[in-house]
Every structure is written in structure tokens, then in C-alpha cells.
Design a protein around this ligand. Structure first.
Ligand code: PHE
Length: 475
């Protein structure tokens, strides 16, 4: 006897489908693994004191990240459309208010914000490919590498050129369709990047500061997490602050590409029979592994060369070149490393705009090329603000709440918009979607389903709300 399947789940996406579960996993891992793991994780860990921050981040991945990733994939596959239309469609099917489509709209906006500065940083990585290949790093010391980095970010014209190149690269892939552009790239580039990171850890082991690096990364010191410190007139001033915990939560969303529809839209291209839970857990584990390995490569170099862990967004660009400059074959490794970093950023960037492109195609009848061009143009313009944060607008008078345009945009998108989007996704999936619908879509064993449902209804929303309240000083 054939089982009665609700009509909607038969729907297929008009944008195509991944050819297998493996391809979905590769694509979603391509989205998750990017600058977040290799550039952002080390620098925010450095700014927020190390071990305790890492521990909270890992907790957020487990309690918030994985259940929300499962929910996003599930919602996407059930709705089979861009996140905006998926949410409208599912809300209607579940008898909920159509305003749930706001999850999709908020996600599109967050995607614009993130991509605008993501592309600027990816541009730095492209610039470094040429510096590495040209032998600029050979024998370089901490002061030299600071100079190279400073020369780059203080020159708006160069930054604009690299930002433009990266935006063009991303638009071309999105215009061609995510599948055609992506499947091949992620299959072997991601593993190659991982191998190179391991090589870097090998180098870090010989710096003499490996133990110190590991200690910084893995030994929790909660004072450092609970107090935010700032240098004021040469003296350190600290005050109790919930901000670092919010940064850890925000980063769990950022690094797993959650809370804005990227994973949801990839889920909408997922074949019907694939296991959602297994895929989500695997993706989260791989992503976390890459971040931790990157940290293990970078912090020993920081300490061995007397650098500042809290150096900010330039951290990897001021540490890794020292390693490439002094290791055998460093010119080749360095070039390869930055090439692979660009690819990792590339496969993340395209998932940032796919939700918007899919919506323009569905609702405005645009071709993918047109949709990608418009979105590319808007994001490119917004990116100029981040470029100027590092040079023309780096002065105090251009700052708001002590943050530059780039810092503000990153803070707003990663630490507020993504967790808020994730909270709404959890509430919708846990409370507004019927048990039958989610259970049917997950098709997993009862105890695991119950575990997900209990977590997404109670633990996940509670955790996000508590971190928010803590950050504004209520808790
Ligand atoms: N996860 C990506 C990274 O870590 C960034 C990203 C965020 C991609 C949100 C898509 C959506 O680099």
C-alpha cells in the first residue's frame, strides 16, 4: 500500500536540485567554511580572550547551531522555494500568519550586509595571493608584515579593485546557477585547504610557542570572557559586559551560515530521500574542525613573534605570512593557501545572495543573470563603506558607538540579525509547524526526532533570548 504523502512535499524547486546528498553536504559545507573559520574565528577569539570564548562558541554550536541548521534544511526542503516564499507557503500550510515571511526578508537584508564586507576581506586574500607568489613574504618579520598589511588597507583604490574582482567572481557563479558553478569547486578545493591548514599546524608546532597557543585557545579563563577591556590612554580599562557572549553566539550563526536563509535555500535544492539530521551534524562538525585547526595554526605564530592576539581583523594577514616567509617551500604554500582561502570565501559568498536571487527569479520573473547583476551592484556599493572604514573613514569622528562602519555592519548582521532570524526559525519550526509536518520531513527515528523537537522548542530559543538579555544588561 502506498503511503499518503501531503501534496506540498512533492514540490520540486524551479531552480533545480542537487544531484545527490553528497553534493548537498559539499555545497552546504562550502557555504559554512569560509572567512568565518579562518579569518574571523581567530581574530574574535583573540579579541575576546581565548579559551572561555571558544568554549561558549562550541556550546552555541551544539545547543543552537545544530538544531537550527536541521530546522532550516527541513523548512527549505519542505517549501522548495526562496526563503521568502518558502516561509509564506509554509505559514499558509500550517495556518500561521503570513508575516513569517519576514524571516526571509530579514535574511535577504542580512545577506546584503554580510556580503558587502565579506567581499572586501576576500579581496585582501586575493591581494595576498599575489604578494605570496611574488616572494614579498620571504624572510619577513612581524614589523615587515605589518607594513605590507598597512600599505594594502590604507589604499582605498587597491581595496576597491580587489573588492570589485571578488564581487564579479561571485556574480558569475550565481548567474550561472549555483549547481553548475559550485559542485566541482567544492569537491576538491575544500579538502586541499584543510590539508594546508594541517601543514600550518605542523609549522606552528615548531615555533616554540605551540603549547602557549593551545593554552590560549583551549584553557578557559572566564574573567576574560565576562569583562570587556579597552585600552584608554595607554591603560587597560575593563568592565563587566555580556558582549563577548553575544559575539560567540553570533559567530556560531555566522560560521554555520544560519539565520538568514542560506542553508534554507540550499535545503530547498536537496533531494527528497536524504537524511537531514546526519547531514547537518556532519556539516557543523567539519566547520568547527576547520575553525579549531585554523586557531591552532595561528596562535602559536602570534605568541612566537610577540604579536597581539587582539590585533583585530588583520590578524591572519599579519601572522601567517611570517610562517610562509620562514618555512621551506613557503612561497608555494603561501600562494596556495591564499588561493584556497579565496575559493572558500567564494563558495560562501554565493550562498549569501542565493536567497535574494531565487526570490527575484520567482517573483519578478528575472533571469538569474539580471538578478545577480542588480544584487551585485547594490552590495558592491555598500562594500565601499567598509573599505573606507580602514582608511578615509578610520578616524574617531566617523565612528558610531566606537565602531567603524565595517564593525557596525558586522555587529548588526552577525550578532543581531542572524540570531534574531534563527530565533524566529526555531519558534516557527518548533511551535507553529505541526508535529506531523516536521516529523514527515525529517523522517528520522522517534527518539532523535523528540530530541530535536524538545531542543528547538525550549533550549534553543531560551539560550538565544538569554544571551540577548545578558548583552543588554538585563541578566
Ligand atoms: N559561513 C560563512 C563563513 O564562515 C559566512 C556566511 C554567513 C555564509 C552567512 C552564508 C551565510 O565564512
Amino acid at each position: 500500500m502506498s503511503k499518503q504523502v501531503p501534496l506540498m512535499t512533492e514540490a520540486k524547486s524551479i531552480h533545480g536540485q542537487w544531484s545527490s546528498r553528497l553534493i548537498f553536504i559539499l555545497a552546504a559545507t562550502g557555504s559554512a567554511v569560509g572567512l568565518g573559520n579562518i579569518w574571523k574565528f581567530p581574530y574574535i577569539t583573540g579579541e575576546n580572550g581565548g579559551g572561555a570564548f571558544v568554549l561558549v562558541y562550541l556550546l552555541c554550536i551544539a545547543v543552537v547551531g545544530i538544531p537550527i541548521m536541521m530546522s532550516e534544511v527541513m523548512l527549505g526542503r519542505r517549501g522548495r522555494q526562496s526563503p521568502i516564499n518558502t516561509m509564506t507557503r509554509l505559514a499558509r500550510a500550517e495556518g500561521a500568519h503570513p508575516a513569517w515571511s519576514l524571516i526571509g526578508w530579514g535574511g535577504v537584508l542580512a545577506g546584503f550586509f554580510i556580503l558587502s564586507y565579506y567581499s572586501v576581506i576576500a579581496g585582501w586574500a586575493i591581494a595576498y595571493v599575489f604578494r605570496a607568489a611574488g616572494g614579498v613574504f620571504s624572510g619577513i618579520d612581524a614589523a615587515g608584515v605589518k607594513q605590507v598589511f598597512g600599505d594594502l588597507v590604507e589604499d582605498p583604490e587597491r581595496l576597491i579593485a580587489w573588492h570589485t574582482l571578488f564581487m564579479l567572481m561571485s556574480m558569475v557563479v550565481v548567474a550561472r546557477g549555483v549547481r553548475a558553478g559550485l559542485e566541482k569547486a567544492v569537491t576538491w578545493l575544500m579538502p586541499a585547504l584543510f590539508v594546508l591548514l594541517i601543514v600550518m599546524v605542523g609549522y606552528a608546532m615548531n615555533t616554540g610557542s605551540f603549547a602557549e597557543g593551545l593554552k590560549f585557545l583551549f584553557e578557559p579563563d572566564f574573567d576574560k570572557l565576562l569583562y570587556a577591556c579597552e585600552m584608554v590612554d595607554g591603560a587597560q580599562q575593563c568592565e563587566i559586559s555580556g558582549a563577548p557572549i553575544l559575539v560567540a553566539l553570533g559567530h556560531a550563526f555566522f560560521t554555520l551560515s544560519l539565520g538568514m536563509g542560506a542553508i534554507m535555500v540550499y535545503g530547498s535544492y536537496m533531494p527528497k530521500q536524504s537524511s537531514i539530521a546526519g547531514s547537518a551534524i556532519l556539516i557543523a562538525l567539519l566547520d568547527t574542525l576547520v575553525a579549531l585547526v585554523a586557531g591552532m595554526a595561528i596562535f602559536p605564530i602570534v605568541f612566537a613573534n610577540g604579536l597581539e592576539p587582539g590585533a583585530g581583523p588583520g590578524l591572519i594577514f599579519q601572522t601567517l605570512p611570517i610562517a610562509f616567509g620562514s618555512m621551506p617551500g613557503g612561497q608555494l604554500f603561501g600562494t596556495l593557501f591564499f588561493v584556497l582561502l579565496v575559493f572558500a570565501a567564494w563558495s560562501s559568498a554565493i550562498s549569501l545572495i542565493e536567497p535574494a536571487v531565487a526570490w527575484l527569479v520567482e517573483n519578478r520573473g528575472m533571469t538569474r543573470v539580471r538578478a545577480a547583476s542588480w544584487i551585485g551592484l547594490i552590495t558592491w556599493l555598500l562594500g565601499l563603506g567598509s573599505i573606507f572604514s580602514f582608511n578615509l573613514w578610520s578616524g574617531e569622528r566617523y565612528k558610531l558607538f566606537g565602531k567603524s562602519f565595517f564593525d557596525l555592519l558586522d555587529y548588526l548582521a552577525a550578532n543581531i540579525m542572524l540570531p534574531l532570524g534563527g530565533l524566529l526559525i526555531a519558534i516557527f519550526a518548533g511551535w507553529f509547524m505541526s508535529r506531523e509536518s516536521s516529523q514527515h520531513e525529517f523522517a528520522m527515528a522517534q527518539p532523535f526526532y523528540s530530541l530535536w523537537r524538545g531542543t528547538i522548542r525550549f533550549l534553543t530559543p531560551l539560550a538565544v533570548v538569554m544571551v540577548f538579555l545578558n548583552a543588554v544588561g538585563v541578566l
